[in-house]
Write a protein of this length. Structure first.
Length: 342
């Protein structure tokens, strides 16, 4: 099975062939490659990889000064084994950041408003090129997220899902990102998996990588090496897309396997969800299934973490995205608020 490459210009223009290719790849494999040229080329990726490596090779005190534990917004440096996937400690380092925004004015602020906020940036005296490079990345990846979410929505007959306060996903998507570094160290020799098999929580994940390591499991259970061509990012769906689409676009299962690592590895990941304050209303995928012309069974996974206890995937009441996202983040970085120090 081959992972296809689609040009972003074709998706942005709502080209039917491009949307069909994305639909088929996402349904069967779980991901596809998105060629970002001519606007963005491999040199843009290279600049980001250079600055990312400079950050992770910086002195320990430079990174610890912006530890995620100093941030009430769960943004900052995460040391190896500080985060876990499916109960197994991750053998990687990361820097967590996201869309910087202020919470809405509300007479009774909600707990999930803490998901808004600012990033912790490393000292520019040590890393002067870091923030300008990351800022350029966020500009283009935001456009990538909007383009793909709109294309996947159109493939299910859902139009104009962004742009207005009452749109399905709000005026614009919310996003969280991370720079990830897999250090080539004797400490990890003999480990099979550096990042365990899992699915991402959001609607959409956009990833770029400087070397192989990522694998995806197809709907048939086959593991495929993810190796995008130069100038292309990797795009795959998450658990919230699985819920919203009624199971039509299930969350992509993936991992980082040690067999594919050849030295250090850098990846940059962005996770997209609807605007935090938007009210999500899952759709009925029957029309999309009928248009596909197959009798494939479509259902929301029973273990989808966006479901509340006892809630069925075919009977989800509308909910505020930020409320359920807040519960998820607490599971990833469990801590008492007293731990947050400045």
């Amino acid at each position: 099975m081959r992972i296809p490459t689609v040009r972003i210009g074709a998706l942005a223009a709502h080209d039917p062939a491009a949307i069909a290719a994305v639909r088929q790849a996402t349904r069967q494999i779980g991901l596809f490659y998105l060629d970002l040229r001519p606007g963005i080329g491999a040199e843009t990726f290279d600049e980001l990889f250079v600055e990312t490596r400079r950050f992770f090779h910086a002195a320990p005190e430079v990174k610890s000064a912006i530890s995620v534990r100093h941030s009430p917004h769960y943004r900052g440096f995460v040391a190896p084994r500080e985060e876990s996937t499916n109960g197994t400690a991750d053998l990687k380092e990361s820097w967590e950041f996201g869309r910087e925004a202020t919470p809405p004015a509300d007479a009774e602020p909600q707990d999930w408003f803490v998901m808004y906020g600012g990033n912790q940036w490393p000292d520019p005296a040590h890393l002067p090129g870091f923030r300008p490079t990351v800022d350029r990345y966020t500009e283009w990846v935001s456009q990538v997220g909007r383009t793909v979410v709109e294309a996947l929505s159109r493939s299910m007959g859902q139009h104009d899902v962004l742009g207005k306060p009452d749109s399905a996903f709000g005026e614009d998507l919310h996003w969280f990102s991370r720079l990830i570094f897999y250090r080539d160290s004797d400490e990890y020799r003999g480990e099979d998996v550096r990042l365990g098999e899992h699915t991402d929580s959001g609607m959409l994940t956009v990833s770029i990588q400087d070397s192989d390591g990522l694998e995806v499991r197809t709907q048939d259970g086959e593991w495929l090496l993810v190796s995008p061509p130069p100038g292309a990012c990797v795009v795959f769906t998450g658990e919230l897309m699985g819920l919203w689409s009624g199971g039509y676009y299930p969350a992509c299962r993936h991992r980082v396997h040690a067999d594919n690592l050849r030295g250090d590895r850098v990846s940059v990941i962005s996770f997209f969800i609807p605007e935090l304050g938007s009210v999500l209303r899952p759709i009925d995928p029957a029309e999309a299934v009928a248009a596909e012309g197959t009798d494939a069974a479509v259902a929301v996974a029973a273990d989808n973490p966006w479901l509340r206890p006892g809630e069925r995937g075919d009977a989800v009441e509308p909910f505020v995205v930020g409320e359920r996202e807040w519960a998820r983040v607490h599971e990833i970085f469990p801590r008492d608020e007293q731990e947050v120090t400045k």
